[in-house]
Write a protein that binds this ligand. Sequence first.
Ligand code: SAH
Length: 392
Amino acid sequence: MKRSPVLRLKRGRERVRSHPWIFKGDVADVTDVAPGAAVTVVDSGGRFVGRGDYNPRAGLCCRILTWADEPLDTAFLERRLAEARARRAPGDAASLPALGRLVWSEADGLPGLVVDRYGPVLVVQCGTLGMAQRRREIESALERVLGELPVFNKDEDGPARLEGFEPAQGWAGRAGPAAVEVDEDGVRFAVTLGVGHKTGLYLDQRANRCRVAGLAANRDVLDAFCYTGGFACHALRGGARRAVLIESSPEALAGARQNLALNGVAERAEIVATNAFDELRRLERAGARFGVVVLDPPPFARSRTRLDAAVRGYKEINLRAMRLLERGGSLLTFSCSHHVSEARFEELCRDAAADTGARLRLVAPLAQASDHPAILTIPETRYLKGLHLEAM
Ligand code: SAH
């Protein structure tokens, strides 16, 4: 085996044994290493800790891929992909879900790599230079582990800029269909490859959308921050009388219109293309009431320094949503920012309830779908949290 370059940690920085992130401040020294290449991480005494991808450009300069003394080669990639697949399809490859996340970065032992399946197509997202440099290897490993599905690359600009690589957009090899229609528990969604947020859909909300379907019969439903109308489509297919969708992005709303039509529920939907903060305030003033309210805002806190402002924003929308609930009505409220802990989120909801004088039963805590696993020692993997509350 070719000896890989070595990154030596400062004394006392061995917490990386349970968390894969190494920041520049953790590093004592690094031997000569090309950006994106693999390094062997050792503790201050020179003992082996793990092996990871190194990128001197980023503050988070190394992510550990393995804590075993093994090479980060094609066989390693294949093993990790096979494990990720087995986690989601304990039977054979044929039992693999046709829609959902197949590989989720740190949570699947492959920091910087996301693979989602949309029916006949795989969407791959590389978020680190190391993964971007392995792209060809990933593609052929995916083919061996998952079979021959066309691969669409959809890197996000932000991480690519931070890590210093050109974000890939488009088919890896053989082109697949430009658009696909997927089935999420009986609801149809249209996905145009390369268009929209994430890899196309917010797959992490799947279980919560199903929960809303079960609550919606004969109710008026408010889907605030609706993106392409996922919650509203489930609610209307679940028998909701009416759904109001609030969203500020015209592209997202084009998708919502398409999905409402695809499910034959467009006549019962009302789209409000505006800032949700303003519309919630307006609805409150107008004395509107709903049997189900969904609040699924973007991460208001993208960094720790913005946390206070974010908490104020979350509190405001929750306060207004609580005032819009009819008696016995359900509020499903979320935060997808990992900087806002579950405890902090519950506390701000409690504050909002206290301010409105609302009495709310805590029906259930909510989380990301199970194909987005969370690792106990990597709190960042447990980013989506929510509460199902019921007005008493
Ligand atoms: N619930 C959706 C995902 C929502 S993502 C689903 O299940 O698919 C959050 C959405 O909020 C994004 O589509 C974003 O465009 C929208 N958004 C962000 N800020 C907004 C604002 N101030 N008012 C209305 N929509 C907003």
